[in-house]
Design a protein around this ligand. Structure first.
Ligand code: THU
Length: 160
């Protein structure tokens, strides 16, 4: 038996102004997207903004539905929109933010498991890591260097 250690290194910031200027812009776009989210049921609005290697920023937000499981998370709305618009894109970074009208979201909100898997598909294909920067409405900001780091033993097309 051999023990395998998957340790995760993340950077934690106190303020958005500590991020690079392109990351600040990306987070601002995510905040705008978050404010436009359609979340009448959960009241939990999420915004995501992707920076592509051609410099374009593509945003998405959660889109809920009266038939609850038919709704979709912000991150997948964003990545699939980017994939639809730019089929050969390379994604450099994604910024994510969440806010609720019910509670103050103070803790950084990372992508859910399904969104990690969906985003990882693109990271695997482009063979270049996608940085993930995420926050709540207030509080700390977290940056991790890749989707792979958030998905140990990840599943990809090489298994098929
Ligand atoms: N949500 C996202 O948009 N992204 C996530 O990674 C987690 C959850 C949305 C889905 C739903 O509309 C609301 O947040 C509450 O779960």
């Amino acid at each position: 038996m051999k023990e395998i250690d998957f340790s995760l290194k993340a950077k934690m910031y106190d303020l958005v102004s500590e991020l690079t200027s392109d990351e600040q812009e990306l987070m601002n776009e995510a905040i705008i997207a978050r404010n436009n989210a359609y979340a009448p049921y959960s009241k939990f609005k999420v915004g995501a903004a992707l920076l592509l290697d051609n410099g374009k920023i593509i945003t998405g937000n959660n889109q809920e539905n009266a038939a609850y499981p038919s709704g979709m998370c912000a991150e997948r709305v964003a990545i699939w929109s980017a994939g639809a618009l730019y089929p050969n894109m390379v994604v450099k970074k994604i910024a994510i933010t969440a806010a609720s009208s019910e509670v103050e979201v103070k803790n950084p909100v990372g992508p859910c498991g399904a969104c990690r898997q969906a985003l990882y598909e693109y990271e695997f294909n482009q063979k270049e890591p996608i940085e993930i920067i995420f926050m709540g409405e207030t509080g700390k900001i977290i940056k991790v260097s890749s989707l792979a780091s958030l998905l140990p033993f990840s599943f990809d097309s090489s298994y098929l």
